[in-house]
Design a protein around this ligand. Structure first.
Ligand SMILES: C[S@@+](CC[C@H](N)C(=O)[O-])C[C@H]1O[C@@H](n2cnc3c(N)ncnc32)[C@H](O)[C@@H]1O
Length: 269
């Protein structure tokens, strides 16, 4: 895709997330908070008492996990509305694109990117930016979903949505087709980090107990995503409630508790 196409895609993702802050916080955030705890627990660099960037902070899942281990997070997100959610109860936040980080060289001991680098067209460029803002010996830790292993709640709920007329928005289709695989394939994710000048690169596949065997949690996750929530909101209340019930019923016995995620760890030499 051309540079202009990339910019248009990033602008669409900004708009989608900007309108999703409240729903994110009341739906998917419960799951992402558990995933962020697992990510932070696997950090290969010291975090306690250190300044750490929470890149693609959203409504603050990783910032909360970082505070729990004594780190001092700074939230960075493309969508200022995500950072504005519960702003007074959160660490400082800066609205910025991961591809153009507005910080001086060496400003952070670590960069934690929880499910955000998978949204970035110029993945190598963004990782090079992370390297630049890290102090020597600092680490990047980033999570994403593997392309070859999807939690069953995703296709099951999407199939129910389609029965109600849902079609993927264009930006989400492009995101899935073109961007998700850059980080979702361990070899490609690792290569981007090496090409960005990072060292000690490793990508691990880990399973996190996420409580998704509770269909309520799984449905709250899938129906409050930036690519589904506008469609769900467009339904009349009775249809919306019927959709929710059908999605919940469809998930019974088909939604394992655990989620598989990929974790990239790398260091600035
Ligand atoms: C899947 S959400 C994850 C939010 C949060 N890290 C969590 O785990 O709950 C992805 C976040 O990345 C942000 N994002 C997407 N593209 C970005 C970019 N190019 N630069 C910075 N943030 C970006 C979105 O606005 C959104 O808040």
């Amino acid at each position: 895709m051309s540079a202009r196409g990339d910019e248009a895609l990033v602008a669409e993702m900004r708009r989608a997330y900007a309108g999703a802050a409240w729903q994110w916080a009341t739906g998917p955030a419960a799951l992402y908070r558990r995933l962020a705890t697992a990510l932070v627990a696997s950090a290969h660099v010291e975090l306690q008492g250190r300044r750490v960037m929470d890149l693609g902070a959203g409504t603050g899942a990783a910032s909360e996990a970082l505070i729990e281990v004594g780190a001092e997070p700074v939230g960075v997100d493309l969508a200022v509305q995500m950072l504005a959610h519960r702003r007074t109860a959160r660490p400082p936040g800066v609205a910025a694109d991961a591809q153009r980080l507005p910080f001086r060289e060496g400003a952070f001991a670590a960069v934690i990117a929880a499910f955000s680098l998978n949204h970035v067209p110029d993945l190598t460029g963004a990782l090079a930016g992370c390297r630049r803002v890290l102090a020597n010996g600092g680490g990047v830790l980033a999570s994403t979903f593997p392309s070859d292993e999807e939690h069953p709640a995703k296709p099951v709920v999407e199939a129910v949505l389609e029965q109600y007329g849902y079609r993927r928005p264009g930006w989400y289709a492009t995101f899935k087709d073109r961007l998700a695989g850059l980080t979702g394939d361990p070899a490609s994710f690792a290569r981007a980090a090496s090409d960005a000048g990072l060292h000690d690169v490793r990508v691990e596949r880990i399973e996190v107990e996420a409580g998704l065997d509770d269909p309520g949690l799984a449905v709250a996750w899938r129906l409050n995503m930036p690519h589904t929530l506008d469609f769900v909101a467009s339904l009349a209340p009775a249809r919306r409630s019927e959709l929710r019930d059908r999605a919940t019923a469809a998930l019974a016995g088909r939604s394992p508790s655990a989620v598989t995620m990929l974790q990239l760890g790398a260091t600035r030499p």
